[in-house]
Write a protein that binds this ligand. Structure first.
Ligand code: ZN
Length: 137
């Protein structure tokens, strides 16, 4: 058993599915990706300044503030309470009547990579929570 510790996943960075309830008491799932953030407030502001600098972007990543250059490489997320809580896509209709529901936002390619990796480590299907824009019509 000794060597197993080398492969142990850091529990602090582990994401998990939370079960929440809407106004009617129906359950929906969400994940909190806040701890995956690698961007300081300063960096976020710099990214945001660049986003507003006049260049044309497809969208803006809610996690790091970076402008997203093309639709093909970015993802759509559904947020609840804050931009770090992602609602399970198939639970959209249920979550819509929750008090903190915030609708859809953009997730850039770099942050999406982190979310995918964390989901895999936690045994969560990332496709349940982030959706490629290229697949949306
Ligand atoms: Zn990002």
């Amino acid at each position: 058993m000794g060597n197993f510790s080398e492969h142990k996943i850091d529990q602090d960075s582990m994401i998990e599915v939370s079960v929440c309830k809407n106004h009617e008491g129906q359950e929906y799932h969400s994940i909190d990706v806040g701890k995956l953030k690698r961007v300081s407030n300063e960096m976020f502001e710099r990214n945001e300044d660049h986003y507003h600098s006049g260049k044309v972007f497809f969208g803006q990543c809610t996690q790091c503030g970076k402008g997203i250059k093309n639709r093909e490489s970015s993802f759509q997320i559904i947020c609840d309470y804050n931009c770090e809580i992602l609602v399970k896509r198939s639970h959209y209709e249920i979550a819509k009547t929750s008090p903190g529901f915030m609708e859809c936002f953009d997730l850039g390619p770099e942050c999406a990579k982190r979310v995918k990796k964390a989901c895999k480590e936690a045994g969560i299907d990332w496709k349940d929570y982030i959706y490629p824009y290229k697949k949306l019509t």
